[in-house]
Design a protein around this ligand. Structure first.
Ligand SMILES: C=CC1=C(C)c2cc3[nH]c(cc4nc(cc5[nH]c(cc1n2)c(C)c5CCC(=O)O)C(CCC(=O)O)=C4C)c(C)c3C=C
Ligand SMILES: [Fe+2]
Ligand SMILES: [Fe+2]
Length: 353
């Protein structure tokens, strides 16, 4: 009789633990300072404005401008602006509070479809970092990860740099998860319907009917458009689709670019100049919607609701409204869930979604 063959154990006794296979979803946004004090602001601005995707000025020249002028004056000034919007209950900026809530709500929706899905949120600058979020997903056993940059319109300065940071984190991993990236959604019918529905609901709740609605998008330097960045064209398409859905003319539903930084020319028309010109032209009731921001932040709450509201009133305007972003509202979550479920196809059961 043959001797039984000794079977090698399936796994050596000191084999590292094997986690169950899960699927990760990482929602990513820009990032925000940890505090409003000088050093927190300086740390945030230094990381942000040292990014070559954001500032393309030659390195040596920019080093002197950044360290010599910007990082000495801007942290104090902008820290005061952040104080006006700060979430004092949680001691954090609204961008963080809302992004966390978006992740929690998305987790609930996706768990109902497939309990293997784990949702995390990460910031391109500051905390929680993209690396921390990706590592956490990996530690939870995710070998497939969907990255959803929460920018409806693609810009190298926002979407591409978030992807760079994610892939940079993957560079250090022995067992890299498979990474998928959700595309920009500037013309997605679900997104357009959500921003238009949100706009209609906000207008219905106002104590006035706007004569003009202005869609204000964050700007980028005009040079970036000339070099081939599609951001401008994607913003224009979002604006056109929203205008058509609202049934308004280009005079009733206008478009502009805000948040200019530095002395170079940025995409035009500028929001502050447009708001001023409208007030001077005799427009008394104005609403500003900011469809390029998935979350209310300094640029929507302080710059538009605060500064531009003042500009409008100062030049003769009477009623001004800054329309809230989609945030974690049912409409906002409808967009994020739609993107995630669509892009997860093939990883989750076809019936899901
Ligand atoms: C929505 C898309 C955004 C694009 C495009 C964008 C381009 C861009 N931004 C800067 C410089 C700054 N932006 C700042 C704040 C900020 N920017 C966005 C979004 C886009 N930026 C958001 C959501 C925020 C707010 C973050 C928050 O904490 O609430 C700031 C910091 C504030 C300040 O100092 O003014 C800077 C600086 C450039 C140069 C740029 C394109 C090249
Ligand atoms: Fe910005
Ligand atoms: Fe364009």
């Amino acid at each position: 009789m043959d001797k039984p063959v000794a079977m090698a154990p399936a796994r050596p006794l000191d084999h590292p633990a094997i986690n169950p296979r899960r699927i990760g979803v990482l929602i990513a946004n820009l990032g925000t300072p940890e505090g409003t004090d000088y050093w927190s602001m300086r740390r945030y601005l230094k990381e942000f404005l040292s990014d070559r995707r954001v500032i393309e000025t030659p390195r040596l020249l920019w080093w002197f401008i950044l360290n010599g002028i910007i990082l000495t004056t801007r942290p104090g000034r902008k820290g005061k602006d952040y104080e006006t919007i700060w979430n004092k209950a949680l001691n954090e900026s609204p961008l963080k509070t809302v992004t966390r809530s978006q992740a929690e709500k998305l987790q609930e929706t996706l768990t109902a479809l497939d309990d293997r899905i784990v949702v995390e949120w990460g910031m391109r600058y500051g905390h929680p970092s993209m690396k921390a979020a990706l590592t956490s997903l990996q530690e939870k056993g995710c070998d497939r990860i969907l990255l959803v940059p929460l920018y409806p319109q693609y810009a190298a300065a926002t979407t591409a740099t978030a992807c760079d940071k994610a892939f940079e984190a993957l560079m250090q991993m022995r067992w890299q998860p498979t990474l998928r990236v959700a595309p920009p959604y500037y013309d997605d019918p679900v997104y357009i319907d959500a921003v238009v529905t949100g706009l209609r609901q906000s207008i219905a709740a106002l104590d006035f009917e706007p004569e003009v609605i202005l869609a204000s998008f964050h700007g980028i330097p005009k040079e970036y458009l000339m070099k081939g960045d599609p951001y401008h064209c994607q913003c224009v398409k979002t604006w056109r689709l929203m205008r058509e859905a609202m049934g308004l003319t280009p005079d009733q539903f206008m478009m502009s670019f805000q948040s200019r930084f530095g002395r170079a020319e940025w995409l035009q028309p500028y929001t502050d100049a447009t708001v001023k010109a409208l007030a001077e032209r005799g427009v008394k009731r104005l609403a500003v919607v900011m469809p390029g921001f998935s979350v209310d932040c300094l640029e929507t709450l302080e710059e538009i609701a605060g500064e531009n509201g003042e500009i409008f009133h100062h030049h003769g305007g009477e009623k001004f409204a800054a329309i809230p972003c989609l945030n974690d509202s049912p409409e906002g979550m409808r967009v994020i869930s739609h993107l995630a479920i669509r892009e997860l196809q093939g990883w989750i059961s076809p019936a899901a979604g």
